[in-house]
Design a protein around this ligand. Structure first.
Ligand code: SAM
Length: 318
């Protein structure tokens, strides 16, 4: 494979911030990575970058974008909400013969499937991931809603997963990354662990000290890689799983019946019916549940709600 063409000499990212008078905005969770050694390390964790398309969330002044471009990608599509970064991103685009496509807007409104369709060759689900990845040093304030939104696309094979088992390489606050990767019995085992591990191989890549960011957040950050599984570990509907897991983990250290009762506020007796029908040991705590237990709870929940359609808690369906 030919060596990827490196970027031409460019002003340093630190100088770009000075040049355009860019100061971090707290409301957009702006914590910049200016050290190319760190951003290069992030992209080295990606598997399918060279020759493909990368969609980067929140490029900011563009240090991570530079590292992505240096891997030999065919194209990078960046989605940035803060228009103050557009001139510096356009500079980068010009320096790369327009390899960089800039989308100004909110990633939560961004249609990945429609925007990337013309640039990605789909790969059958059962085969290797497509030459398309999502990468982002995510803004803390939207990292969890954004991830949950994308995870919900996996069973439907829509959004980023319309092209196959697209990998995502994303940063999270260290404590969130612990929840995402926590195994059964771990004190950080939570709703996020189940929702992500049911559909993805979730790998903790490495930790970045908070001190590496400008401005430095009070917490450390971890890079996490998600690779959708060919077959989910358990076969349940996304909404059912979300509803049941949300309830069960409401009281993580208590017996799970307490959480299950939240599913049936008008008829708590049905919580006992559901638990009995699942055959799961009622003395287990949420953190001890195997995915197979969760599957049985979801099936029992669907059974009970089919028989008693007006008894469920609306708050659990959000
Ligand atoms: N990638 C840059 C880096 O590593 O230095 C910046 C990362 S900073 C943590 C998050 C970036 O996401 C900022 O550039 C911010 O403006 C942008 N951002 C915040 N909310 C966004 C949203 N809803 N949609 C798109 N971009 C957003």
């Amino acid at each position: 494979m030919p060596t990827p063409k490196r970027l031409p000499p460019l002003p340093r990212v630190t100088d770009i911030l000075k040049l355009y008078g860019l100061r971090a905005k707290k409301q957009l969770s702006q914590n910049f990575l200016l050290d190319l050694n760190v951003t290069d390390k992030i992209v080295r964790c990606g598997d399918n970058l060279s020759g493909g398309l990368v969609c980067e969330v929140g490029p900011g002044p563009g240090a991570l974008t530079r590292s992505i471009l240096n891997t030999g990608v065919e194209q990078v599509l960046v989605v940035e909400k803060d228009k103050r970064f557009l001139p510096s991103l356009e500079l980068l685009s010009d320096a790369t013969d327009n390899k960089l496509i800039i989308h100004h807007g909110d990633v939560l409104d961004f249609d990945v499937e429609a925007s990337c369709r013309d640039h990605v060759k789909p790969s059958p689900w059962e085969q290797d991931p497509p030459l398309f990845s999502i990468i982002g040093n995510l803004p803390f304030n939207i990292s969890i809603p954004l991830l949950l939104r994308w995870l919900a696309c996996i069973p439907k094979r829509s959004g980023p997963f319309a092209f196959g088992r697209t990998q995502m390489l994303l940063t999270f606050q260290k404590e969130v990354a612990e929840r995402l990767t926590a195994p059964i019995g771990h004190h950080q085992r939570s709703r996020l662990s189940i929702m992500s591990q049911c559909w993805c191989d979730v790998k903790w890549c490495f930790t970045i000290s908070g001190k590496s960011f400008v401005p430095a957040p009070k917490v450390d950050v971890a890079v996490v890689k998600f690779t959708p599984l060919v077959q989910p570990i358990i076969n349940v509907h996304y909404n059912t799983l979300e509803t049941v897991v949300k309830a069960v983990f409401q009281y993580r250290r208590k017996m799970m019946i307490k959480g299950i009762r939240l599913l049936f506020p008008d008829n708590p007796r049905l919580a006992d019916v559901m638990l009995q029908s699942s055959g799961v040991d009622p003395s287990l705590r949420a953190q001890q549940l195997q995915l197979e237990h969760i599957e049985r709870l979801c099936m029992a929940y669907e059974e009970v709600t089919t028989q008693h359609p007006h008894t469920t808690s609306s708050s659990c369906h959000q």
